[in-house]
Design a protein around this ligand. Structure first.
Ligand code: DCT
Ligand code: MG
Length: 406
């Protein structure tokens, strides 16, 4: 019962098919046959996972359960659902029956049960119960406030606070981030579109070039993966002359602030300068770049005259008329040039892809990958020692070096 797919169905990627006892590569010659057992690698980072895929009903259901687990701070369970969803995204065809999934990795018992239910009944009871649950709805609404995490949201929920309006009425003392989050709640929960991201990129570019000409700005995160919307816009900034990027973030933020762009900004620690010889081995996978996270007001003019855009934004702080801008979350990350390739890889995402890449590096290659460096655990020698060698290489060259190492 092997199915042979046309090469074009997979955008040129051959499908490896488990032919009962052996693996082989196949192309479709008999369209219309049911999906057979397809052998797929078990690490998500080894698979082609397109943004547009064939199993959205199933992945939507699993994503809700993943989100619910994450809101309940059950990370392991969340990852299990995300892995199962990622596996379904990589399949070359719509799944019509659970038997088609036989032998595939990443599908735990719980995920399989949900998938079967959706395939047979059109909906999963657990997913329905979750989406209608007061707790899920409240946790989603409260963590949707910028600056509010699952722990705080849960505490508030237990106090009977279910919505941002409840919170406003409660008289709770909020920190600066939460106050900004509440004030711009609706806008910050409106997906940022690609044209908006491009327009924000132009503002960020002007800010960065005003304080450091020659700096390079790259759109990272979901937009770099081809997504058309996101919950924020992420940028990675570097400069070919290593060291010139030091103190850059403070200057960029001052510039944006002086121009009236910043509604709120938060600095997170910067420790990458701790060693001039290269980054120390990270204690965890958390990265330690300078990172600023803030909602940024953005004009709704998409392209055109920069001066007009700036005056519009500046205008808002001076006049009380209808607004021509909206608040948007923007993450800026600054990296030294020698770490740029690792930062680019680490900040492009998705979160699951990054997790799987790090897991694969550790378990299959005995290496540790972070957004700063790649460490060879077998040879003790670290890639940071080769930084001097790579220092003047271009980012993409370094990236190939990393790929080669993995
Ligand atoms: N990242 C990660 N692990 C995390 C958080 C983030 O590896 N726990 C990386 C991967 C994506 C990148 O940082 C940017 O993060 P987000 O903006 O949260 O993700 P996104 O993919 O850009 O999602 P969205 O499009 O909704 O902004
Ligand atoms: Mg993002």
């Amino acid at each position: 019962d092997i199915v042979w797919y046309t090469e074009s169905m997979h955008a040129g990627i051959p499908v490896i098919i488990l032919d009962r006892h052996r693996l082989q590569v196949g192309y479709s010659q008999k369209p219309g046959l049911e999906l057979a057992v397809v052998s797929v690698p078990s690490y998500a980072c080894q698979r082609h996972t397109p943004l547009l895929h064939h199993n959205t009903t199933l992945t939507d259901a699993l994503s809700i359960l993943a989100e619910n687990a994450e809101l309940g701070e059950n990370e392991g369970r969340g990852v299990a659902f995300r892995r199962a969803a990622a596996l379904l995204k990589s399949l070359p065809q719509e799944v019509r029956g659970a038997e088609q999934l036989r032998g595939l990795p990443c599908l735990g018992e719980h995920s399989l049960r949900v998938i079967k239910e959706v395939l047979e009944d059109g909906v999963s009871h657990e997913v329905e119960t979750t989406t209608h649950s007061e707790q899920f709805k409240a946790m989603k609404a409260l963590t949707g406030i910028f600056g509010v995490g699952a722990k705080t949201a849960d505490r508030w929920f237990r106090e009977g606070i279910h919505t941002p309006s409840d919170l406003q009425r409660s008289g709770h003392t909020l920190n600066r981030a939460q106050r900004a989050g509440l004030q711009y709640y609706d806008e910050l929960n409106l997906p940022v579109t690609k044209p908006e991201a491009v327009a924000i990129g132009q503002i960020v570019e002007r800010a960065v070039h005003a304080v450091l000409p020659g700096a390079e700005i790259t759109l990272i995160g979901g937009f770099r993966r081809g997504k058309q919307t996101g919950h924020d816009v992420d940028f990675l900034i570097t400069h070919p002359d290593e060291g010139r990027e030091e103190g850059l973030m403070r200057k960029v933020v001052s510039w944006l602030e002086a121009q009236g762009f910043l509604l709120y900004q938060k600095t997170t620690g910067n420790s990458y300068l701790e060693s001039k010889e290269g980054p120390a081995r990270p204690a965890s996978n958390m990265d330690r770049f300078e990172r600023y996270s803030h909602p940024l007001p953005q004009t709704l003019v998409v392209v055109g005259d920069h001066a007009q855009k700036v005056s519009w934004v500046l205008g808002h702080s001076q006049c009380s008329g209808p607004r021509s801008w909206r608040a948007v979350r923007v993450d800026l990350v600054v990296s030294p040039y020698s770490q740029f390739a690792f930062a680019l890889l680490g900040w492009t995402g998705s979160k699951l892809f990054e997790r799987e890449l790090r897991r694969w590096a550790v378990h299959e290659k005995a290496m540790t990958l972070s957004s700063h460096a790649l460490y060879d655990r077998k040879r003790v020698r670290t890639l940071s020692q080769t930084h001097t060698h790579f220092k003047y290489c271009s980012g993409s060259f370094l990236y190939y070096q990393i790929r080669d190492k993995l």
